[in-house]
Design a protein around this ligand. Structure first.
Ligand code: ADP
Ligand code: MG
Length: 137
C-alpha cells in the first residue's frame, strides 16, 4: 500500500522529504515523478536535510544533470527534465547508488526502464498550494 499525504506549503513538502530520508538505507534510489512546480525539488531539499546535508544547496540543476552533495551520506540529485530517455540511459544512474550514497531522480518517468528497487514518489498539483504526494516502496 502506498503512503499518501497532502501538503499545503512548500515547507510541508520539504518535511515530507525529511521524513522519507529517515527510512532510507544506503544505496536507495528515490524516483520523483510529477510536473514542473509540483514540489520535487522541495522534497529533495528535505531528503538532503534528513541525510545531514545542507538543504540550501539543493536547487533544480540547470546546467548539470547530476549534482552531488557530500556529507555523512552522499546525495546524488539528478534532473532529467532537459534530456531524453535514451540520453538518460547513458548516464548510468544505477551505478550512482553504491556505498554510502542515496540517489534522487527528478522526472524519473522519462527513464525507459525503471530502476530496480527504487522508491517512487509521485507529486500532483491539487491547485493553489496543495500537493498530493504518493510514496510507493
Ligand atoms: P519541481 O521540482 O517539481 O519542479 P519545485 O519544488 O522546484 O518543483 O517548486 C515547487 C513550487 O511550488 C515552488 O515555487 C513552491 O513554493 C510552490 N509550492 C506551493 N505549494 C507547495 C507545496 N505544497 N509543496 C511544494 N511546493 C509548493
Ligand atoms: Mg525540480
Amino acid at each position: 500500500m502506498p503512503d499518501i499525504l497532502t501538503t499545503h506549503s512548500e515547507e510541508e513538502t520539504t518535511e515530507a522529504g525529511r521524513g522519507l530520508a529517515a527510512a532510507l538505507s544506503y544505496g536507495a534510489t528515490v524516483a520523483l515523478v510529477g510536473d514542473l512546480g509540483a514540489g520535487k525539488t522541495a522534497f529533495v531539499r528535505g531528503l538532503a536535510a534528513g541525510l545531514g546535508l545542507p538543504p540550501n544547496n539543493v536547487s533544480s540543476p540547470t546546467f548539470t544533470l547530476v549534482q552531488e552533495y557530500r556529507g555523512p551520506v552522499t546525495l546524488h540529485h539528478v534532473d532529467l527534465y532537459r534530456i531524453t530517455g535514451t540520453e538518460a540511459e547513458e548516464l548510468g544512474l544505477e551505478e550512482l547508488a553504491t556505498g554510502k550514497a542515496v540517489v534522487a531522480i527528478e522526472w524519473a518517468e522519462k527513464l525507459l526502464r525503471p530502476i530496480p528497487g527504487a522508491i517512487t514518489v509521485r507529486f500532483e498539483d491539487l491547485g493553489g498550494d496543495d500537493r498530493r504526494i504518493t510514496i510507493e516502496r
